[in-house]
Design a protein. Sequence first.
Length: 236
Amino acid sequence: MRAHPRIPDPESTGGRITRIAPQERDLERVNVFLDGAFAFGLGAELALREGLAVGDELSAARVGELRAADEVGKATTAALHVLARRPRSEREVRDRLRQKGYGADAIDAAIEKLEGWRYLDDASFARYWVENREAHKPRGRRLLEQELRHKGVERGLVQETIAAADLDEAGAALALGRAKLRSYAGLEPAVVRRRLGSYLARRGYGFDVVRPVLDRLLGEREDESDPVDDAPETGE
């Protein structure tokens, strides 16, 4: 069987730069040609910073360095797009970059850049998450801890952030319970207590918070349902 000729791997082959041309679909990137053939793409800023010019001789090692630097630049840009939507934990950004196919070295370098620019900081992210939940989707301490741990925030930092937030669990649970109580109209008190208790527990509130909330809400519900006779008494 005739063997096919081996195609040179541009990642391990050097040569002389014969052309540097802007990419048609992305003007912020350029195509680099070695010895008359396309070799690799680079960010235009990186090519300018590295002073690449037609006629330069590039070793295989130098080509590898340029490609690695370009991957770091692309990974950093991709991470910035992710962070533009909302703050993220370090693990979330790492996971997103890994899903996009970036290598471990490029991801590490991109994360280091983002942390240096203060675009990525788990302490700030944890504060944002707790404050956002408290304002829009109240959660108990237990569920907040689970959410932050799931996002890769270190346990000690999670506990420290939640403690500093000074959450009003009782007030938040009471407001949630009162809103939910309307959907239980017509049910027996025992059924309401069970369902409402489960609802609040799923939102991370402990028994020490849930029990007094249930007692208060069911007490208010009972008071509202008791008939009040305001008619004056009549004598015989």
